[in-house]
Design a binder for this molecule. Structure first.
Ligand SMILES: *Cc1c(COP(=O)(O)O)cnc(C)c1O
Length: 363
């Protein structure tokens, strides 16, 4: 179960999505949180993995979470029937009407949304109320949270209220804010009733007491590690996105020759170098430095010099390679997380950028 995306037949860079790996990773979520329902997070086009395909694959998911209403409507139009939760909620009553029409559940995270809801006359709205337990991005303060619950539980438009919060540092289980956030959420929810949800992927892996009724995995579904100190391989997560290209030319360079913009790589000896037709326009990170790992026919080597818009260069010293050989930028045998570390970012950003690169079309 996989499909390929390529930009066009002339170009060599390819994205392949392995949706069996997605199912495997979904089962890892069930392994970690066997008693919780699963709200699969598929915002940003499922982190670049095609939200409709991901939702169609995850038939067992109990709900899906998106960032925006337009994303949720797209899933409804594609025939997805599970509950859909929009993490940023609505910003005006027109959007709220659309949510009701498509049975989409907003997250209420700001007073402005409560003010708009106050005089609204719809019926049967299921919603989520979000507590700011310490991340200070989305969410109501503990006092606002209780007051909002009281306001909404008396509101004739509201059919159900579920309760959520979000960790800022779950990727680092030793971080002191994790327990503080957990306790803030537990104590804010104590006087009220509703289903509870707190754990993102890192909470699912490392903070079992945060699992509650619903867990909200994102990154681990796509096979990238949610933890700072554990690899995807150690967590038995498999990459879903495979970003490959081919060797488009090979040159013999001389000691002292420089490569690419800024001439940042200086050849320390006479050496073979390959040109690969993939660059930052494909979502490969421009900040990946010399030495960033790349596989050629499964052999590990490194990037040389700066990444260009449509090309990058790699080291062929001690590598057996010819023109048209396959190059793995990330995927099987090379986690996106390694490339992310070498580029000063996180796997999330690389997956989103490559998966959503504008020039991709179906093969
Ligand atoms: C993105 C997001 C998630 C998923 O986080 P991962 O780290 O990708 O598992 C969960 N909950 C909320 C509120 C989010 O915004």
């Amino acid at each position: 179960m996989s499909h390929q995306l390529s930009r066009n037949s002339r170009r060599n860079s390819r994205l392949r999505f392995d949706y069996d790996a997605l199912l495997h990773n979904f089962n890892r979520v069930k392994h970690y949180a066997p008693r919780s329902r699963i709200m699969a997070v598929i915002k940003a086009n499922a982190y670049g993995h095609d939200a409709v395909k991901v939702a169609q694959t995850l038939k067992e998911a109990d709900a899906f979470a998106l960032a925006f209403t337009s994303e949720a409507i797209k899933l409804r139009s594609a025939g997805i029937e599970q509950p859909l939760v929009v993490l940023q909620g609505f910003d005006n009553l027109g959007t709220l009407e659309q949510m009701l029409e498509h049975k989409i559940q907003p997250v209420i995270h700001h007073q402005h949304q409560l003010e708009q809801l106050a005089n609204w006359k719809g019926r049967g709205l299921k919603l989520w109320l979000k507590l700011d337990s310490g991340m200070h991005r989305f969410g109501l303060s503990p006092d606002e949270f209780i007051a909002a619950f009281e306001q909404l539980s008396e509101h004739r438009s509201v059919e159900s209220i579920s309760l959520m919060s979000h960790f800022a540092n779950a990727d680092d289980p030793a971080h002191e804010l994790n327990q503080a956030q957990l306790h803030s959420f537990i104590s804010a929810c104590q006087p009220i009733t509703g289903e509870l949800s707190m754990a993102n992927s890192a909470g699912i892996v490392a903070i079992p007491e945060s699992h509650f009724n619903w867990v909200r995995p994102g990154i681990m579904l796509y096979g990238s590690s949610p933890m700072l100190n554990q690899s995807a391989h150690e967590l038995d997560l498999k990459p879903v996105m495979h970003f490959t290209s081919t060797v488009s030319s090979i040159k013999q360079l001389k000691k002292g020759d420089t490569i690419g913009y800024g001439s940042t790589w200086v050849c320390p000896e006479n050496m073979p170098v390959a040109l690969i037709a993939a660059g930052y326009a494909d979502g490969y990170p421009r900040h990946a430095g010399s030495g960033t790992p790349v596989l050629v026919n499964g052999q590990r080597t490194g990037l040389l010099g700066r990444v260009s818009m449509d090309s990058l260069c790699i080291d062929l010293r001690n590598i057996d390679a010819s023109i048209d050989d396959e190059v793995t930028l990330w995927g099987d045998g090379l986690s996106v997380d390694e490339v992310a570390v070498a580029s000063g970012t996180i796997g999330y950003e690389l997956l989103c950028n490559a998966g959503n690169a504008a020039r991709l079309v179906y093969n």
